[in-house]
Design a protein around this ligand. Sequence first.
Ligand code: AMP
Ligand code: TRP
Length: 338
Amino acid sequence: MSKGLIFSGIQPTGNLHLGNYLGAIRNWVALQDEFDCLFCVVDLHAITVEQDPAELRRATVELAAGLIAAGIDPEKNILFNQALNPNHAELAWLFNCVARIGWLNRMTQFKEKAGKHRENATVGLYDYPVLMAADILAYRATHVPVGEDQKQHLELTRDIAQAFNSQFGKDVFPLPEPQIFGAATRVMSLRDGTKKMSKSDSSDYSRINMTDGPDEVALKIRKAKTDPEPIPEKVEDLGDRPEAKNLIGIMAALTGRTAQDVTSDYAGKGFGDFKKGLTEVAVEVLGGVGAEYQRLMADPEHVQAVLARGGEKARALSAPVLQDAYDVMGFLGVKRPY
Ligand code: AMP
Ligand code: TRP
């Protein structure tokens, strides 16, 4: 039984790692039993910043393979890349003529991403949140699972839906609810507990990749930076030990327990013992994902075919919504084939 319709998007970035898995992908996997879901690789959003065509293609396949390997079922859900459904870009244009410049001027992500070179940022980067609103509303999605940083974009989506409905006197769009990921798991570098685990870190020992086999996972955990102090009973007593906190946080996230549970289990022990336990858990959780990912990446055309089927389903689902939008806006003779 479905509680509603979920839409969520993730930008295609290559070299998926433990941070992507625990911070984003895993949350989606958990939702697919309760909701009808559309999961979208947002390639049109990726081109708002400089993007190399070969890299975009590679990252799109890699992310799709990563999502499937992590447990997203492409039969049960609609999994596709955004560019396969032109309705997103079309609806974004209609919304461009409803959204106000003043609303977009308040978006903090644009300010952060554009930085000092605002005049040189693409128009697409500025308009990014309007396309995001179209992604969601093209399906009349009711729930949108995202990280805290996307909350403001969700509010804008609701503003656009409300403005559209009131301007044209018909409730064409629902006001979707954000589902902010609980206690956002921020996974830090294995070499420096103050830096986020990232695909762009020059040291491969700083991250566990979704492609790493059991031996690499074990080696990276063994080499992970720690300190000689034992693990305290209470999590607050970890104080200023970023590397220790990170490893305990990873253990908690992988086992679905709290950091306090983890420190209680290992109270008084050193990191040698702890790392053995962490390796076992990490290999158990990630081992299957990594192997499945490798298998899928050996046949990228199969992955592309899976996305293509998702794209067809997505187009069919959004066609009547686009038709309604065109009709209430007064366009003459528009008949949506899809
Ligand atoms: P990125 O590769 O940075 O574009 O991130 C893709 C997704 O993974 C986003 O939802 C991020 O919030 C999430 N993510 C990336 N790195 C981390 C990290 N170190 N810890 C937690 N989540 C992360
Ligand atoms: N902006 C989102 C991010 O960077 C990605 C995204 C694009 C998205 N379209 C979306 C998320 C629609 C949820 C719904 O994480």
